[in-house]
Design a protein around this ligand. Structure first.
Ligand SMILES: Nc1ncnc2c1ncn2[C@@H]1O[C@H](COP(=O)(O)OP(=O)(O)OP(=O)(O)O)[C@@H](O)[C@H]1O
Ligand SMILES: Nc1ccn([C@H]2C[C@H](O)[C@@H](COP(=O)(O)O)O2)c(=O)n1
Length: 226
């Protein structure tokens, strides 16, 4: 079977990671979580005392950390300078600072280079999820999907996830994700955006399984038409 590149973009909490992992596992493809890479570089900045609100300071050191991403959809992995970073990159502090760090053009250039190299090395193909995959990172992707969902549905999904670990307040979760989407859509360099040739899937009223089936069908349709 020919290699296939699938780009899945969309705002936070729309189901990109869950859908991408399941689609990649079902189709025997590699998987790349690009948000995890931006989180990893943000975590490195914070642990090394870099002022993440100073774009010049961030740009000056963004080439330093060695960021490595695993591409097995059944065991996603990310390390920074050889240390497992899967846990630390999901803290509230990293989430609140990742938009500022990922808006710095030098950071984007570095991480985009890593992403393209990983995609090029994926022999059977890859599902890459993020915010600018279809528009900037892999504009020639075979299949482009843009997932959306109402802020209410996305906040409910996130609050459900956080219950028991951190206080799950629906209104503040909703505000936080709207704020992050606004920052990610408003930055100058490769903002969160739907590619003109992406298929938009509104997941508000769909189960995760229905979204997975929809994306698998789109990939199979593309392969059949080649
Ligand atoms: N269609 C759906 N229906 C209900 N819950 C869903 C659906 N899709 C995803 N979820 C759940 O919503 C939560 C967020 O999903 P996921 O992490 O895949 O979103 P995301 O778009 O990757 O978010 P982020 O960009 O913030 O990382 C998860 O708990 C996931 O199980
Ligand atoms: N292609 C990408 C992927 C992610 N980002 C930034 C913007 C997000 O708020 C942040 C974290 O992503 P998440 O883990 O929530 O998917 O990373 C980006 O700018 N470009």
């Amino acid at each position: 079977m020919e290699s296939v590149i699938v780009a899945i973009d969309g705002p936070s909490g729309t189901g990109k990671s869950s859908t991408s992992r399941a689609v990649a596992a079902e189709l025997g493809l590699s998987y790349l979580d690009t948000g995890a890479q931006y989180r990893a570089i943000t975590w490195w900045m914070l642990t090394n005392g870099i002022d993440v609100d100073d774009p010049g300071a961030v740009a000056a050191v963004c080439g330093k950390p060695a960021i490595e991403s695993g591409t097995d959809p059944l065991a996603p992995a990310i390390s920074v300078d050889g240390a497992d970073a899967a846990g630390p990159i999901r803290t509230r502090e990293v989430t609140s600072k990742v938009s500022a760090v990922s808006a710095v053009p030098e950071v984007r250039a570095r991480i985009t280079g890593l992403q393209r190299a990983i995609a090029a090395a994926a022999e059977k193909g890859i599902v890459v999820e993020g915010r600018d995959i279809g528009t900037t990172v892999l504009p020639a992707a075979d299949v482009k999907i843009f997932l959306t969902a109402s802020p209410e549905a996305r906040a409910a999904r996130r609050s459900g996830e956080l219950k028991g670990r951190e206080a799950a307040d629906l209104a503040s979760t909703r505000e936080a994700l709207i704020r992050r989407d606004a920052a990610d859509s408003g930055r100058k360099t490769s903002p969160l955006a739907k590619a003109d040739d992406a298929v938009e899937v509104d997941t508000t009223e769909l189960t995760l399984q229905q979204v997975i089936e929809c994306v698998v069908a789109l990939v199979e349709e593309k392969r059949a038409g080649r």
